[in-house]
Design a protein around this ligand. Structure first.
Ligand code: SAH
Length: 214
């Protein structure tokens, strides 16, 4: 798995070390464990998937994480991406999941594996986790059709957000945003990806279309 992601261009040593350390097979259902280290997504129940290792590594690298950074993940799923973040030295990790059963099992798993620098909770990530913000980095692992404005508001100046945006059930574009002093987002297109849809009332009811502009 490590060889594959290195070949595909991942160079950040902290990311590679994290990918080597986290036992990915413990984050997938038992009948998927034989496939855990292949470079593809796998089902984790409730219609959701654990992202493929390369995408996990790429998104983590794009966040440009530094010691003492506070990071928010939306879409805990299995907890694997949160564990990778927790292995990067000196981070404080917060992760939110909307499906109660997945939130409960992922939180338990992260606790059992001894990750003390991750806090997780069930909830609609559209609204972020303002009590713990602002964040230096935000990673969204389900695809909305626009950037949730509350997440932009919870990003520090110079903060990075990595997020797939596009129509649900189809292909999306992976974006990296950097928040500018005027609150605007500088956007970098990282190519095509396929993520599960971003669900919840927040996105449906919101009139705010932070980015892209309508
Ligand atoms: N990062 C995960 C993969 C997650 S798949 C891992 O490493 O395993 C995307 C997850 O986002 C799904 O579990 C889905 O339920 C969750 N999700 C979708 N919409 C959400 C929302 N509004 N708030 C929080 N989580 C959401």
């Amino acid at each position: 798995m490590i060889e594959t992601i290195e070949k595909r261009g991942i160079v950040d040593e902290d990311v590679l070390r994290a990918m080597r350390s986290v036992p990915r097979h413990l984050f997938v259902p038992e009948n998927q464990q034989d496939f855990a280290y292949g470079d593809y997504p796998l089902p984790i129940g409730y219609g959701q998937t654990i992202s493929q290792p390369y995408i996990v590594a790429l998104m983590t690298e794009l966040l440009e994480l530094k010691e003492d950074n506070r990071v928010l993940e939306i879409g805990t799923g299995s907890g694997y991406q949160a564990a990778i973040l927790a292995e990067i030295p000196g981070l404080e990790v917060y992760t939110m999941e909307i499906v109660p059963e997945l939130a409960a099992s992922a939180c338990q798993r992260l606790k059992d594996l001894g990750y003390t620098n991750v806090e997780c909770r069930q909830g609609d990530g559209y609204f972020g986790w303002p009590e713990h913000g602002p964040f230096d980095a935000i990673i969204v692992t389900a695809a909305p059709d626009h950037v949730p404005q509350p997440l932009v508001d919870q990003l520090v100046e110079g903060g990075r957000m990595v997020i797939p945006i596009g129509p649900p059930g189809s292909y999306q574009t992976l974006w990296k945003f950097v928040k500018q002093p005027d609150g605007e987002l500088k956007a970098f297109n990282m190519g095509g990806v396929a993520f599960v849809p971003f669900t919840g009332e927040g996105m449906k009811e919101s009139e705010e279309h932070g980015w892209p502009p309508p």
